[in-house]
Unconditional design. Structure first.
Length: 263
């Protein structure tokens, strides 16, 4: 594991019991998540998508229920009724998270979020110490003024994490993100509400067995590491197709029921 990881390591947390099968999912995600960010390991060669060839084999309905689909969620983008929800557990000091944010996420937004197929929900999962947690609270505070994704883009720009996330740097990033009320931003970032929100996301991440960042759930299917675009495309397409088939089948049953009732 990375040497700079904070003392609040996933190994000290027990997976939350969301339902049958989640312990298996947590173990798999934890194993692949470690491999995806281990030294001298290519993140593109290991993902749950690779491990489970059957599109249904690696999907856990209990994990799919973690999607909030809250219209008021300021740390999400995309339609609340999108057929596919990608949940990302990430840390602003994580290099792999930055790679995903710069290289892959914009393409996913353009290809799937903009046409209503995909919703992306962010979960703050700071695991690299005090500055990670400060950045997470600052990101939440940016969201309170509707500028989370702008802050997210600024914080993940090339070379930013190397400058650290002290208070002055966070304020500079907030200014860059176009946050209008910087005094409110500072108050919100230091508030108990920010700590509670970040803590809730952390517990959820530990609960599904995430051991490093970034970790993802796509309609209940765990994926670990900054995988290439092709991996996300494959899983999103499969999830969207499955959602369409489920909806079509439901529509057929409803139609049959209506016809039966009319007799």
């Amino acid at each position: 594991m990375p040497k700079s990881m904070s003392s609040r390591t996933p190994s000290s947390r027990k997976p939350l019991i969301y339902g049958a099968g989640v312990v298996v999912a947590a173990a798999l995600l934890g194993f692949v998540s470690y491999r995806a960010t281990a030294p001298d390991h290519s993140a593109s060669s290991s993902s749950v998508a690779d491990v489970t060839a059957d599109p249904d084999a690696g999907v856990y309905p209990e994990l799919a229920k973690l999607a909030r689909r809250d219209a008021g969620d300021k740390l999400a983008q995309g339609r609340v009724d999108a057929p596919v929800v990608l949940i990302e557990y990430a840390d602003f000091k994580c290099g792999y998270c930055g790679k995903f944010a710069r290289d892959t996420e914009p393409a996913l937004v353009k290809k799937y979020v903009d046409n209503g197929t995909l919703r992306i929900e962010w979960r703050n999962f700071p695991i690299f110490g005090a500055e990670s947690e400060a950045a997470a609270r600052a990101a939440w505070a940016a969201g309170q003024q509707g500028r989370f994704w702008q802050f997210h883009r600024a914080a993940y720009a090339e070379g930013v994490k190397e400058q650290g996330f002290g208070k002055d740097r966070l304020k500079a990033l907030a200014r860059q993100a176009g946050i209008a009320d910087l005094d409110r931003f500072a108050r919100d970032a230091d508030s108990s509400a920010a700590s509670a929100a970040v803590g809730k996301d952390q517990e959820q991440g530990y609960g599904i067995g995430a051991t490093s960042t970034p970790s993802f759930l796509i309609n209940g299917r765990p994926i670990a590491g900054a995988q290439p675009m092709e991996t996300f495309t494959q899983v999103i397409e499969e999830a969207a197709e499955k959602a369409r088939n489920t909806e079509d089948a439901k529509g057929g049953r409803d139609a049959e029921g209506a016809e039966g009732g009319a007799e």
